[in-house]
Design a protein around this ligand. Structure first.
Ligand code: FAQ
Length: 323
C-alpha cells in the first residue's frame, strides 16, 4: 500500500518546510528519497514515473510482435536486445517510484485494472517490418527528446535512472534509423514500406509529447519543481526541428501539408495533430488499447509461477542466512 505514514508526514509539513523545499529545488539541489517533500510533489512524481514505467512495459508489445519475423538473425538479435532493454527500463522506473513509498505491486495492479495511464503511442499496431524502423527512429527519438531533460529532474532517484535509460534509448534510436536507411535505399517496395510507416507513426509520435501547453494540467507545477525542464510544446518543436532533416536525408516525405521551414525563426512550422484521436486513445479507444491490456494481463498471470518461485527462493536463502 502507498505509505500512509509518508502521506501524514508530508501533510503536516508546515509552510516553513514547504518554503525551504521550494528554495532547495530552485537552487538546483537534488531531492532524495528520505527528504521531506510536499505531498503534491510526491504524488506527481509517482504519477509520472509510474506512467513512464508502464509505458516501457506495454511498449514491449508492438516490437515483440516482430521478433519471430525479423528479416535476419542479426535483426532478430538486435530487436530482442532492444525489447529486453525496455523491460529493464520498466524495472529501474518501478524501483525509482518505490523510493517514494509506493509498492511495485500496487502500481502493476493499477495498470492491470486499467486505471493507470501509459503512453498513447503504444496503442497503435505494428503492421510491417518498417514499423520497427519507424518506432526506433521516431518513437525512441521522441522519447529521448523528452527524457534527456529528465536526467536533470529534481528528484535524484528518477534523474539517475534516466541517465542509464537515455544511453540505451540513444542506441535504440540509431538502430531504428539504420533500418529506415536500409529500407529507403532498398527496392521500390521497401521504400514504399518505409514511407507508409512514416505516414502512420508521424502524428502519434508528435502526440507523445502530450497536449498543448495551454491544455497541460501539470506542466506549470512540474516545471517550477524542476521535474520537467521544457514544456510539451517546446519539446515537440525540438523533435520536429531535428527529425524533418532526417526524413529529408532518407528521401521520405513527412505527411504534413502544412510543414515548412521558417527562415525568420529557424524552426519548422507544422500542422496540428488530431487531438480528438489523442483523447480517444487516452480514453482507451485507440486501435490496440484493449489488446495491449489483455496481453499484459495474460502475461502477468502466466508469470505467476516465476514470482512465486523467486519468492520461495528468497525465503530459502534468508532462512539459510539466519541458520
Ligand atoms: N500518452 O499535464 P500533462 C518510451 C496525460 S517511454 C498518455 O501535460 P505531464 C520508451 C498525462 O499523463 C514513453 N497520456 O502531463 C519506449 C496527464 O494525465 P493524468 C513515455 C498522456 O505529466 C520507446 C494528462 O495527459 N514517456 O517511449 C500523454 O506534465 C520505444 C495531461 O498532460 C514518459 O512517460 C501521452 N502521450 O506531461 C519504449 C516520459 N501525454 O496523469 C518502448 C515521462 C499526456 O493527469 C519502445 N513523462 N498524457 O491523468 C513525461 O515526460 C510527462 O508525463 C509527459 C506528460 C510529457 C508525457
Amino acid at each position: 500500500m502507498y505509505s500512509q505514514a509518508l502521506d501524514e508526514r508530508d501533510g503536516v509539513a508546515d509552510e516553513a518546510v514547504n518554503a525551504a523545499f521550494e528554495q532547495r529545488v530552485a537552487a538546483e539541489e537534488k531531492v532524495e528519497a528520505n527528504d521531506r517533500m510536499p505531498a503534491a510533489y510526491r504524488k506527481t512524481l509517482i504519477r509520472q514515473i509510474s506512467q513512464h514505467a508502464h509505458s516501457e512495459i506495454i511498449g514491449m508489445q508492438p516490437e515483440g510482435n516482430w521478433i519471430t519475423r525479423a528479416p535476419s538473425l542479426r535483426r532478430k538479435a538486435i530487436l530482442l536486445a532492444k525489447v529486453q532493454d525496455e523491460a529493464g527500463h520498466g524495472l529501474y522506473l518501478y524501483a525509482a517510484a518505490e523510493t517514494l513509498g509506493v509498492s511495485r505491486e500496487e502500481l502493476v495492479d493499477q495498470l492491470l485494472a486499467g486505471t493507470a495511464k501509459y503512453s498513447s503511442i503504444f496503442n497503435y499496431p505494428t503492421l510491417t517490418w518498417a514499423d520497427m524502423g519507424a518506432i526506433g527512429w521516431l518513437v525512441d527519438g521522441a522519447a529521448i527528446m523528452n527524457q534527456i531533460p529528465l536526467c536533470r529532474c529534481s528528484y535524484g532517484p528518477y534523474a539517475r535512472a534516466m541517465m542509464r535509460i537515455c544511453k540505451e534509448e540513444s542506441f535504440h534510436q540509431r538502430q531504428g534509423f539504420e533500418i529506415m536507411v536500409t529500407l529507403s535505399r532498398g527496392t521500390e517496395a521497401q521504400r514504399a514500406m518505409a514511407q507508409d510507416a512514416l505516414n502512420r507513426w508521424w502524428w502519434p509520435s508528435l502526440m507523445m509529447f502530450g497536449p498543448h501547453d495551454s491544455e497541460s494540467t501539470h506542466s506549470d507545477t512540474s516545471m517550477r519543481w524542476k521535474i520537467k525542464r521544457f514544456s510539451n510544446d517546446e519539446l515537440r518543436q525540438k523533435f520536429v526541428d531535428v527529425t524533418v532533416p532526417q526524413a529529408d536525408f532518407l528521401g521520405l516525405a513527412v505527411p504534413d501539408p502544412d510543414l515548412r521551414y521558417d527562415d525568420a525563426t529557424g524552426h519548422y512550422v507544422f500542422g496540428e495533430p488530431d487531438w480528438s484521436e489523442f483523447k480517444a486513445v487516452l480514453r482507451g479507444e485507440g486501435p490496440c488499447n484493449a489488446q495491449r491490456l489483455a496481453h499484459r494481463r495474460r502475461a502477468h498471470d502466466d508469470g505467476a509461477w516465476v514470482r512465486e518461485a523467486a519468492q520461495a527462493h528468497a525465503a530459502k536463502q534468508q532462512a539459510e542466512q539466519v541458520a
